[in-house]
Design a protein around this ligand. Sequence first.
Ligand SMILES: [Cu+2]
Length: 121
Amino acid sequence: MTKKSIRVAGVATPVMIAMLLLFAGSPSVKASGNDQASAVNATVKIDNFVFGPQTLTVPVGTTVTWTNSDDIPHTSVSTDGVFKSKVLDTDEKFSYTFSKAGTYPYYCTMHPKMTGKVVVQ
Ligand SMILES: [Cu+2]
């Protein structure tokens, strides 16, 4: 009995040391907190000539994806020239990552009355 438990401990210890070294040497473990905006995603759906939600508030670093769920083409173009999608046909998507805080108004170049806003905090 004693011999068996010694043998088990002899195997387990090197494995545990290896795992400790692995964790200690990996900087990504530190970044697992929720307060850092690392890979946040948000979606704006274009449907029936409306961007939804019309105002989207996201943390800095968020990638916003516009999806055209309408059956006619639309675009998503920043009023200040920050981003510009191509013409999006039905079910096509456009993504932009907001790395700076601010308010980003945008509109559809084909239907300029269609407007929306992304607020980055
Ligand atoms: Cu449009």
